[in-house]
Design a protein around this ligand. Structure first.
Ligand SMILES: *[C@@H]1O[C@H](CO)[C@@H](O)[C@H](O)[C@H]1NC(C)=O
Ligand SMILES: *[C@@H]1O[C@H](CO)[C@@H](O)[C@H](O)[C@H]1NC(C)=O
Ligand SMILES: *[C@@H]1O[C@H](CO)[C@@H](O)[C@H](O)[C@H]1NC(C)=O
Ligand SMILES: *[C@@H]1O[C@H](CO)[C@@H](O)[C@H](O)[C@H]1NC(C)=O
Ligand SMILES: *[C@@H]1O[C@H](CO)[C@@H](O)[C@H](O)[C@H]1NC(C)=O
Ligand SMILES: *[C@@H]1O[C@H](CO)[C@@H](O)[C@H](O)[C@H]1NC(C)=O
Ligand SMILES: *[C@@H]1O[C@H](CO)[C@@H](O)[C@H](O)[C@H]1NC(C)=O
Length: 818
């Protein structure tokens, strides 16, 4: 196969200034006129024809032109010499889809002026187009410009769209089919509205349990988050819409998000926070959004190591990096560090005008502070992503205006199709049964039933009554901020429960207040069952809700929810708690109360909320959701917390990730802290038995692991080399899905967490039915990042493979030696 950049680069001769480039800096490429010698310990590696970079390691240094061979940097910056750009090899493991898209993009970019190329990456400015982000058209190549639109759960600022369950609930299904189908359905809605680029999925990890945007992501485990990201992107992009992996990287709290620096060690970065982005690259994601924060003192959108080093170097990401809205802080430093597109275009605050790209980037090229090759590279990346998903042929034009639903352009296209069915299916599959003493659930035709708590009712202002959903009023079905869209409708539990009750002759009493304990007492007294709905909300930091600036101020239920539960339980022996929450809550004050007979975690279910919870309570659906995070007994049991204080004197606030790789269950396991409910936990109305585990295959190989840019995408790492097979039987009385989970314990020399999720499935079984489940493991599943050699290595020794129904309910184990 011929790769266009090979043809494009052979025999090109350029004038080279002999200055030594530090690690992760550019060291070559068409049009590059900077140094081609790398600092000691690194070597110049070709990423593509336009871009070579100094990467750690001294293997094969094709472009070393050092005149002295010395590792000092005393080479005169004025001495010049003539050299050939090293003959290119394609970046390892570029997918055929990207290769084809690059051919088209390179042909188109060759026709463009410098200004056109710059414009491909220049947002037009806040509210200067129909979408939250827009790029200008380039008529000479029939490029219409791009419409970029929030959010990770549906089309924001549009009408006749669906409000899907957020990623945190999708993660709780542990079901790849549902993850993929939701991606497809959301993609269809973005496509129908004419959106080119959907701003999701979001994949920051739940490091600090109170962090405001946790619910937009897939929880506290990198493997589960990676699978969620992969399936979502595959689904979205199958419809012709570009997906955006965000927020890259280490954007794990809202307080000080633009004025903080996340201090993350190299191993933790690779093994935790970068993993969902690696999976995104494996899904051919079109774009990656760099985040607001700094990493080690350098803004994420001008961080050479994370952008050029890890993302474009190690992961060989061929698409484009766009800034979060307002997260660009410079022209040349950002572009040279790997930023390809600035959004929404303004310098400084949204709407401030100006542009870090546009004419400023043209000037930077003309003055030599950015090479034209780098601009050609960014233009190629943006256009290649457009070709990648086929947006060059018959793509719908934008038919709404995010800023004015009554604008003439809005033709009110109804894109909801039958997506409500999938939304309901995800609701049911994501509901987690945490407690079910004496099998009080499902409900068995109670004569009387109380429904208590504001979270069971309609919002006093209607489903979209608060700006960007910034109110905890009524049934809580998503958090707040830019990661939202408008509900087409929102079904309250009180309505579905009342209607079910009437078919069974159940008399329903209710109280819609969280704080009126007298009303709650009156409703609950002498009733067969009392359902208490409690909530906890969070969102993005530009909106403050009840004193919470994005991040939650505490991990308690809101509006004195604990007091409400305790009061109801004091008068009702069959109190069932339903929780709608953005993340873990501390429930110690009532979880062991003998009158709290059941707890159902409904999370954030989206528009079908009331239907989903009723199906679970009445047993129309057997719950199979599992916790995608740990519920602790105390806030301080978690290894990381939101830092609420600003840095003094408007300095940058350091956020040390001192816990390293030990977040969520990895911390509870390694520090031997008993959680209230562990990661992966969830009950069922039936029971499952596990038996007969066999492990076949081996991680050994006759070939050495590949190295260099893109090596981590190689099949050497990802081929299924070990199969783990076991039997799951439904030995109870009703049908249902079981969620078998596979955890690896590496040899002690690895210094890894005790348990690491590396496999899961969702298997449906009728009573008495059994099935054989196979989970495949790759060499990558056994690998850790070695900071000294800067490579993924497989630790030598014996690893334990644990199969179970949660991270602490292990039913089968076996070992394998590497
Ligand atoms: C941040 O600093 C830590 C500690 O020196 C280092 O291990 C890590 O690689 C650095 N990360 C970035 C993105 O610079
Ligand atoms: C909640 O709102 C819906 C839609 O407006 C309405 O049909 C329903 O009756 C309301 N429920 C209650 C209990 O007011
Ligand atoms: C926790 O925060 C919520 C939301 O602001 C508030 O309603 C609740 O009273 C707080 N709980 C405690 C124990 O401080
Ligand atoms: C449980 O409910 C009964 C009946 O209302 C009540 O007498 C008892 O005190 C309750 N127990 C607790 C722990 O609240
Ligand atoms: C089902 O299997 C589980 C796990 O082996 C076991 O504890 C339980 O007793 C079994 N139930 C029945 C009804 O056999
Ligand atoms: C694992 O299972 C797959 C599918 O059945 C099979 O193709 C592969 O050869 C197996 N690999 C090993 C190492 O057993
Ligand atoms: C996922 O969920 C669907 C719908 O509930 C179910 O049919 C299927 O068995 C589950 N598992 C997988 C792997 O798709």
């Amino acid at each position: 196969m011929l790769f266009p950049w090979i043809l494009g680069s052979v025999g090109i001769t350029v004038l080279v200034v002999n200055a030594q480039q530090s690690i992760y800096q550019q060291c070559g490429g068409i049009g590059w006129s900077g140094g081609t010698t790398c600092a000691s310990g690194s070597s110049c590696i070709v990423i593509n024809a336009y871009y070579s970079q100094c990467l750690p390691g001294s293997t094969s240094a094709p472009s070393s032109t050092s005149t002295s061979g010395s590792s000092t940097s005393s080479v005169s910056s004025t001495s010049t010499s003539s050299t050939s750009v090293p003959s290119s090899t394609p970046p390892a493991n570029l997918s055929p889809e990207w290769a084809a898209a690059y051919s088209k993009a390179q042909a188109a970019v060759a026709k463009l002026s410098l200004t056109d190329k710059v414009n491909l990456g220049s947002g037009v400015g806040w509210e200067k187009g129909n979408c939250v982000g827009n790029t200008p058209p380039i008529p000479s190549i029939s490029f219409p410009g791009l419409c970029l639109e929030d959010s990770p759960l549906g089309v924001r600022y549009a009408d006749f769209v669906s409000a899907f369950p957020p990623a945190i609930n999708v993660a709780a299904t542990f079901n790849r089919t549902l993850m993929r189908e939701r991606g497809v359905a959301m993609g269809q809605e973005f496509y129908g509205k004419g959106v080119n680029v959907a701003l999701g999925p979001m994949m920051n990890l739940m490091r600090a349990p109170a962090a405001g945007r946790n619910w937009e992501g897939f929880g506290g485990d990198p493997f589960l988050s990676g699978e969620g990201a992969y399936e979502t992107i595959m689904g979205i992009q199958s419809t012709g819409v570009q997906a955006t992996a965000k927020h890259y990287i280490n954007n794990e709290q809202e307080h000080s998000r633009t004025t903080s620096s996340s201090e993350v060690d190299d191993r933790t970065e690779h093994e935790l926070y970068a993993i969902p982005f690696l999976r995104s690259v494996q899904a051919n994601v079109a774009s990656v959004m760099c985040s607001y924060n700094q990493i080690n003192g350098s803004f994420a959108c001008e961080n050479d190591k994370t952008l050029n080093g890890i993302l474009k170097g190690e992961f060989a990401f061929p698409g484009y990096v766009m800034s979060d809205w307002g997260a660009t802080h410079s022209t040349a430093p950002a572009v040279n560090a790997g930023l390809d597109m600035t959004m929404p275009g303004d310098m400084g605050a949204l709407g401030a005008g100006g542009n870090w790209f546009g004419q400023n980037l043209v000037d930077a090229v003309n003055s030599g502070s950015v090479s034209e090759a780098r601009v050609t590279d960014l233009a190629t990346r943006v256009l290649a992503a457009w070709y990648l998903v086929g947006q060059d042929s018959n793509y719908p034009t934008v038919n709404f205006d995010a800023w004015n639903l009554n604008a003439p352009v809005n033709t009110h296209v109804n894109v909801q199709a039958d997506h409500k069915d999938l939304i309901l299916e995800i609701d049911r599959a994501s509901t987690i049964l945490l407690k079910n003493a004496a099998d009080v659930l499902p409900l068995n035709k109670p004569s009387t039933l109380a429904v208590i708590g504001n979270g069971a009712f309609n919002s006093s202002k209607g489903p979209n009554g608060y700006s960007d959903r910034s109110g905890d009023d009524g049934v809580l079905a998503m958090g707040w901020g830019s990661g939202t869209d408008s509900f087409p409708y929102l079904i309250a539990p009180i309505d579905t429960i009342t209607s079910r009750a009437s078919t069974e002759g159940t008399v329903v009493s209710s109280s819609s207040s969280d704080t009126d304990l007298n009303a709650a007492t009156a409703a609950a007294t002498k009733k067969d069952v009392a359902l208490v709905f409690i909530t906890a909300d969070s969102g993005e930091g530009y909106l403050t809700v009840e004193g919470n600036e994005g991040d939650r101020n505490n991990l308690s239920a809101w509006h004195s929810g604990d007091a409400l539960v305790s009061q109801v339980a004091s008068v009702n022996r069959n109190t069932i708690v339903v929780v709608n929450s953005v993340g873990p809550i501390i429930m110690e004050s009532w979880i062991d109360n003998e009158n709290v007979t059941a707890v159902v975690w409904s999370g954030l279910p989206g528009q079908e909320a009331g239907n989903g919870i009723a199906d679970i309570l009445y047993g129309d659906y057997n719950p199979s959701g599992r916790l995608p995070f740990t519920i602790a007994k105390a806030t301080t049991d978690y290894s990381a917390q939101v830092i609420y204080e600003d840095a003094p004197d408007s300095d940058i606030l350091p956020i040390p990730y001192n816990e390293g790789i030990f977040i969520d269950y990895r911390h509870f396991d390694s520090a031997s802290i008993a959680p209230r409910f562990e990661f992966g936990f969830g009950l069922s109305y039936t029971t499952f038995a596990y038996s007969d585990v066999t492990v076949s295959g081996s991680t050994s190989s006759s070939s050495n692991p590949p190295s260099g840019p893109g090596a981590i995408l190689d099949s050497w790492f990802h081929d299924a080399v070990v199969n783990v097979t076991f039997t799951v039987e439904n030995n109870g009385t009703v049908s249902g899905n079981e969620i078998p989970q596979l955890y690896i314990t590496l040899p002690p020399s690895a210094g890894a967490a005790p348990m690491n999720l590396k496999g899961f499935d969702s298997v449906f079984l009728a009573p008495g039915q059994s099935t054989q489940v196979t989970m495949s493991l790759s060499r990558f599943d056994f690998s850790v990042w070695d900071v000294v050699s800067q490579q993924w290595i497989i630790p030598t020794g014996t690893s334990t493979i644990s199969i179970g129904a949660s991270s602490r309910d292990i039913r089968l184990t076996d070992t394998i030696t590497s």
